[in-house]
Write a protein that binds this ligand. Structure first.
Ligand code: AHR
Length: 635
């Protein structure tokens, strides 16, 4: 394979970018990267998900009931939990089992709860085993509770010992003898472990670190289907997601559970900031999953709302919405350059939805956004039709968003998908989800990202990278899956309450390998052997001392044969060193996957320094179903 020294294309925007889409699916937000440990902390509900005592259990015969008080904690949180006991029978209370367990360690937990009702005495908060009598830590909180008012109680709890497993609960008790009526009302019961970068209301450390280690440079949020909501009265409204938690009503999630809105717009923005990532924010465009389409005559309030959201994110601190952001603790504007209008607007509402998107919804949003913010790039979410980029139907100055969730064989064909494409796109969601020869959306997704799917993804990524002047970023989606409740099995990381179970998928290894070796310019490649079974691309990274990079993958050899590779970069002399990273599945088992319950990692990643031979070429061997990156930056 000869790699020319010039004649490629500059990438669209600096270095090639890899990243992910995040929306709350698979309890990836609540019960996932959002570090809150208490499930159903504020008894939030919607038409779709009735209010309940889910996750709570009484202690010492207490009677728990949902109340809709005349004076609730807030309009956003109208339901609360009444805990009733009998004086003289000792402390009563409740326990919360968290998101299917809680990890308890010797570290500082930050707790709070709101109480209404006269109470003289103290509360006890403790972290306990769900299986035995073990109490790992507990603390007393002096009551400030008074009749007729909601009063917040805050505390810190440092367990004396680590729990041996995550089957634990938080218990809160009080003595009914100290109350007037034998009961107290509770709401917004919260408990956080230490968070990523110590942010208040922040992210779960091990999950944030696993995502950061993959080296993303771009994040897309807040969805995905979540943005669109089930109906046009229950979409993800950014305004409900900001400010103190007691004013966040929660949201009828589209993935079979009520959401808290705890992971709100500011939390997303700070997440991107802490990861040093650029981001794409999607704004609601008047189309929901049930096919509700906002008519043209009613669209203006949604356009105004999108403009307000943009002002909230990047407006100066003295603009109306910028001031609100400053008030919430972030006076500095965030750097927002990409705004996507809607999500998959070719899908919900069928052709009609897409037609209204093309004819008036996208044009009206785009015009308004560009008039107010000429430097913002506007993304066209209707850019996919039946898995193909919708090439000629959106304005030249927009960026399409293409979502190939496909079989490995299809992803191999992505290798040249963009070769003749003139419009710019992001690949805003991509993953191998179905097996070759399967029945696609009528069938289940595969159980976990699996090796042949991962190699297929690698080939599609090489394809996007060799067209990086027009493919401006590639995003894995969705990224996280709580193994206790999930709707989508193909994710970069799987987890449960116990951090020991946090597992990087086969795809994580390849995506992180590619993300660690970005390029700023493609270089022309040629070979007598053509493409297949080896698929490859090359480039240079001017930000890393003009490092030369070659990426390749082997797919579908005959007889599982090893493939000898020789890569000669024009101008590279004998003795030049390069780092060769190679990922293989030692048995070349196409079905192998990383399973959190066995802990086995089926991917073998090796890194070694190789030296150019007398002709200045790097020689190595790649087995069937393998992925390699060669990079002259050995530092
Ligand atoms: O990532 C899962 C879903 O796939 C997203 O919500 C949606 O955009 C796509 O159809």
């Amino acid at each position: 394979i000869d790699v020319g020294a010039s004649g490629g294309n500059a990438t669209g925007y600096g270095q090639t970018r890899y990243g992910f889409l995040h929306e709350d699916i698979n309890n990836s937000g609540d019960g996932g990267i959002y570090a809150e440990l208490i499930r159903n902390r504020a008894f939030q509900y919607s038409r779709k998900y009735p209010v309940s005592l889910d996750a709570y259990r009484p202690i010492n015969g207490a009677k728990l009931s949902i109340q809709m008080l005349d004076e609730p904690l807030s309009h956003a949180l109208p339901a609360s939990m009444r805990v009733r006991g009998h004086a003289g029978k000792g402390a009563v209370g409740f326990q919360n089992e968290g998101y299917w367990g809680m990890d308890v360690k010797r570290q500082t937990y930050t707790g709070s709860f709101w109480v209404r009702g006269h109470y003289e005495g103290s509360f006890t908060a403790s972290l306990r085993s769900n299986l035995t009598d073990a109490v790992f830590g507990s603390t007393k909180i002096k009551s400030k509770s008074v009749a007729g008012e909601w009063v917040e109680h805050k505390y810190e709890l440092v367990p004396k010992k680590d729990a041996p497993n995550s089957n634990n609960t938080l218990a809160i008790t009080f003595d009914p003898a100290g109350t007037n009526s034998g009961h107290l009302d509770f709401n917004l019961i919260s408990l956080f472990p230490p968070t990523f970068k110590n942010r208040r209301n922040g992210l779960r450390i091990d999950l944030a670190e696993a995502l950061l280690e993959f080296n993303p440079s771009v994040i897309r949020f807040p969805g995905g289907n979540m943005l669109e909501g089930n109906t046009n009265r229950s979409y993800w409204d950014w305004k409900d997601s900001i400010g103190p938690l007691r004013y966040r009503p929660g949201f009828a999630g589209v993935w079979d559970y009520q959401q808290t809105h705890g992971l709100g717009l500011v939390e997303y923005l700070e997440w991107a900031e802490d990861f040093d990532c650029e981001f794409v924010v999607a704004v609601y465009a008047g189309l929901s999953l049930n096919g509700d389409i906002t008519p043209r005559s009613d669209l203006q309030p949604f356009i105004d709302d999108a403009l307000n959201e943009i002002e909230f994110i990047r407006g100066p601190a003295d603009s109306p919405w910028g001031a609100r952001r400053a008030e919430l603790g972030h006076p500095e504007p965030f750097k927002l350059e990409y705004v996507e209008v809607g999500n998959e607007d070719w899908l919900a509402g069928g052709l009609k939805g897409w037609d209204t998107y093309r004819k008036y919804r996208f044009p009206l949003f785009q015009k308004a956004i560009q008039a107010a913010y000429p430097d913002i790039e506007v993304l066209y979410s209707g850019a996919t039709t039946d898995g193909f980029p919708q090439t000629h139907s959106f304005p030249q100055d927009a960026i399409g968003d293409y979502h190939p969730y496909r079989e490995p064989d299809w992803l191999v064909r992505e290798y040249n998908r963009f070769d003749n494409e003139t419009l710019r796109h992001i690949v805003g969601e991509v993953a191998a989800v179905h097996v070759n020869g399967g029945i696609r959306w009528e069938g289940d997704l595969y159980d976990f990202p699996w090796w042949i799917g991962t190699v297929g993804e690698a080939i599609s990524m090489i394809g996007y990278e060799r067209n990086a002047d027009r493919v401006l970023g590639t995003f894995f989606a969705p990224v996280l899956r709580n193994m206790n409740r999930w709707q989508w099995s193909i994710t970069l990381i799987q987890f449960a309450a116990d951090p020991e179970l946090t597992t990087r998928s086969t795809s994580w290894y390849i995506w992180s390998m590619f993300a660690r070796h970005p390029i700023t310019e493609t270089l022309p490649v040629s070979s007598e052997a053509g493409f297949g079974p080896v698929y490859y691309g090359a480039g240079r990274d001017s930000t890393r001392d003009r490092a030369l990079v070659w990426k390749g993958a082997v797919y579908n050899t005959t007889n599982n044969a090893d493939v000898p590779i020789k890569v000669a970069f024009e101008g590279v002399e004998a003795g030049t060193k390069a780092q060769l990273s190679m990922a293989t599945q030692p048995d070349a088992d196409p079905w192998a996957y990383n399973d959190p319950f066995t802990g086995v990692n089926v991917v073998d990643v090796t890194r070694r320094v190789v030296t150019a031979n007398a002709e200045g070429a790097f020689e190595f061997v790649m087995p069937e179903l393998s992925v390699a990156v060669l990079d002259t930056d050995v530092g």
